[in-house]
Write a protein that binds this ligand. Structure first.
Ligand code: HEC
Ligand code: HEC
Length: 286
């Protein structure tokens, strides 16, 4: 009898001791959860453009976004965020936004609705037309256009072909300038890339560039609105915005032909004045 009472009391003492140890842990966890819920709410109710002014919100978005990025985005955009030219998924660690101005608001809309995704709110203004396949340009003309693009990108080029390509680029036969701009700096309303930065979504060798003009391009970014919550999408948008903001600046590149002196004789290399990789960049971040 005495022994039974004694062991029951001991049982109670052990239970109390355990409670004394775990109670503060539970309290801390609950407080942490409440704080997290508060910061998650703040992330969601802030204006998108205001979030980045608050380091605590950015840190929180970053911690939420990392695992989401690895799970949903890395397969196409790369675990290192540097993109993948075989499927045309852009890098996020540069200052070039193909669409819009790279604001958190704009990035968020892209994640929500996608690009040419089939969602009615997706960005879908135009494709790169299959100009070769449609017979709008001949094989030789595409080669000339490629040489003009080589010139614009400070890569070695054939001067005569590049001049012919330049004329073609600005002609009404193919309207390149209509979408990519007469300075070839692109158009962020159409998602038409800047063709002067030597940044190529579909591969930058001459054959890939030829293929872009011959077969056209129709890249698709899926819509995530039905997969991810609004809070997750906001966290990802902030994460990508910061990745681009912290990317190293682009280095200026000398003209490859000028360096070799090969084309200086005809004096046409710099005549167009469009060779400065950074000047007036329509896609530059804010
Ligand atoms: C199936 C491949 C694929 C997956 C998965 C994918 N993307 Fe994309 N994404 C693309 C392609 C391709 C483009 C380029 C579309 C275009 O602009 O023509 C793109 C473009 C974007 C852009 C616009 C970039 C710019 O320069 O304007 C953003 C932002 C983006 N993706 C974010 C994400 C995020 C965040 C995820 C994960 C939730 C994700 N993507 C998952 C293929 C993918
Ligand atoms: C109707 C609008 C339009 C016209 C006209 C047009 N483009 Fe494009 N171009 C685009 C769009 C949009 C893209 C991006 C499409 C995509 O990747 O899905 C693109 C992509 C490209 C690319 C691939 C870029 C990369 O990063 O891989 C090249 C090269 C290109 N265009 C060159 C030209 C040339 C040269 C002409 C004229 C012969 C031309 N484009 C005419 C809209 C146009």
């Amino acid at each position: 009898m005495w022994r039974e009472q004694h062991s029951r009391r001991r049982g109670w003492l052990i239970a109390l001791a355990v409670l004394a140890v775990i109670a503060p842990v539970i309290a801390v966890t609950l407080r942490h959860q409440r704080a997290n819920a508060a910061i998650a709410r703040a992330l969601l109710v802030s204006y998108p453009q205001d979030v980045t002014a608050h380091p605590a919100l950015v840190r929180f978005a970053d911690s939420q976004a990392r695992p989401l990025y690895a799970r949903y985005c890395a397969a196409c955009h790369g675990a290192d965020m540097r993109g993948n030219t075989t499927i045309g998924a852009p890098s996020f660690v540069d200052h070039d936004w193909l669409w819009g101005n790279g604001s958190v608001f704009q990035i968020e809309r892209i994640i929500l609705y996608g690009i040419r995704s089939g969602n009615p709110k997706a960005l879908n203004v135009t494709d790169m037309p299959a100009l070769g396949l449609m017979g709008r340009v001949s094989d030789g003309q595409i080669r000339e256009l490629v040489q003009y693009l080589m010139k614009l990108n400070h890569r070695p080029y054939d001067a005569e072909a590049a001049n012919a390509g330049e004329t073609l680029f600005h002609s009404d036969q193919v309207n390149c300038y209509d979408c990519h701009g007469s300075d070839a700096h692109g158009n962020a309303d159409y998602g038409a890339p800047n063709l002067t930065l030597d940044v190529w979504y579909n591969g930058g060798n001459q054959q890939s560039i030829y293929d872009s003009i011959y077969y056209g391009r129709h890249r698709i970014m899926p819509a995530w609105g039905s997969v991810l919550s609004l809070e997750q999408i906001r966290a990802l948008a902030v994460y990508l915005h910061e990745a681009a903001k912290n990317a190293p600046p682009r280095a200026a590149r000398p003209d490859a032909n000028d360096a070799s002196g090969a084309n200086d004789a005809n004096g046409t290399n710099d005549a167009s004045g469009t060779n400065d990789g950074n000047g007036g960049d329509a896609n530059a971040l804010e």
